[in-house]
Design a protein around this ligand. Structure first.
Ligand code: NCD
Ligand code: ZN
Length: 335
């Protein structure tokens, strides 16, 4: 049994820099046509020069693979219209982080409301630059995303021409909010379709499944699964593959992030097959994102076959999700 996917896209990806970039970039570049690259480096990507040079380093790290990195800037509320106008041709979107809410987000925004962000968001609306958001409050960890929904709604209402992407949604509340605003969209990760908090902390603590936002309740996962498996037109795949070295994960003070890049396509096929929804995977993995962002990715055709594959236990010093486990689909060919 085989399935062919056209131009697979990862609309939320962390590639890091230096040695880590060299380890992980080729893995995404192999099976994805294109990906949105998150700007939370240390220091974050905040200038046009940063964007251009980071993009060059990514392309170099990808070697011979054909892969188009879609670059982002790290949101600052003092970006002027003129700056954004010059940045526009180099970026695909801007990523907003609440200050300190996740890995390398210390330089994020501390007050998120339509008044404080008005100048930048009006300029982005006018220039047609999409806003990607890490939507979590600083409240109780299980309620952070739910508490952020009213902020999404305020921004969506006050800036009706701004395309807002709720990144890596994990709750039923976020799925419901999508229906209320025509300019709200969402990415969904692989791991949030598979796990709940029980898999992270219900038994022995599982550091390689610890991420932000934390995996939620079974009913939340069910709501995410429903829209992903149906390829709801407002949702798209964004892995949020977020590599950290082994010592930063298997330590006292575990870094947040699940590394899924090398297994994402294979496990998505397994999941969609299990639910008898394989016919919707092409939309979830590419077509919806092309429509939402209105762009044409570069050509890449990936054929997968139903043949078991043992996930490597590590890629250099990064441990992937399902390390050492058997999955039922493999990459057969890529052209
Ligand atoms: C991401 C990272 O490590 O950069 N971590 C994570 O848990 N998802 C940041 C993010 O997307 O929140
Ligand atoms: Zn992320």
């Amino acid at each position: 049994m085989e399935i062919t996917l056209n131009k697979p896209l990862d609309m939320h990806l962390h590639l890091r820099d230096n040695e880590m970039l060299k380890t992980v970039a080729p893995l995404s570049a192999k099976t994805f046509s294109s990906a949105i690259i998150m700007p939370n480096l240390v220091p974050p990507v905040t200038t046009i020069e940063d964007v251009i040079s980071y993009k060059e380093r990514i392309i170099e790290a990808c070697g011979d693979e054909s892969f188009d990195p879609l670059m982002t800037l790290f949101f600052k509320d003092d970006y002027s219209y003129d700056f954004l106008n010059s940045a526009k041709e180099h970026i695909f979107a801007i990523k907003l982080y609440p200050a300190g809410i996740t890995t390398n987000s210390e330089g994020g925004v501390s007050t998120i409301d339509s008044e404080t962000l008005k100048k930048t968001l009006e300029a982005m609306s006018e220039l047609g630059i999409p806003l990607c958001v890490h939507g979590e409050s600083d409240g109780f960890v299980m309620d952070r995303e739910k508490e952020f929904v009213p902020i999404y709604e305020e921004l969506a209402t006050k800036f009706p021409n701004l395309k807002i992407i709720m990144e890596h949604i994990t709750t039923k509340d976020s799925v419901e909010a999508l229906e209320r605003h025509s300019n709200l969209y969402a990415t969904i990760t692989l791991h949030h379709l598979l796990i709940t908090l029980d898999d992270v902390a219900g038994g022995m603590l599982h550091p390689h499944l610890f991420c932000k936002p934390i995996a939620k309740r079974p009913e939340d996962r069910a709501a995410l699964l429903k829209v992903a498996l149906d390829a709801h037109p407002k949702v798209m795949f964004g892995s949020d593959s977020a590599p950290h070295p082994k010592h930063a994960k298997e330590s006292c003070g575990c870094a947040a992030g699940v590394f899924t890049a090398p297994i994402a396509l294979q496990v998505l096929v397994e999941l969609f097959e299990k639910h008898d929804k394989l016919e919707n995977l092409q939309k979830f993995i590419s077509d919806n994102a092309q429509k939402i962002y209105n762009f044409k990715p570069c050509e890449k055709v990936v054929t997968l076959e139903k043949k078991s594959f043992i996930v490597p236990t590590s890629y250099n010093d990064v441990i992937p999700m399902y390390a050492g486990k058997e999955i039922s689909w493999s990459i057969k060919s890529i052209s």
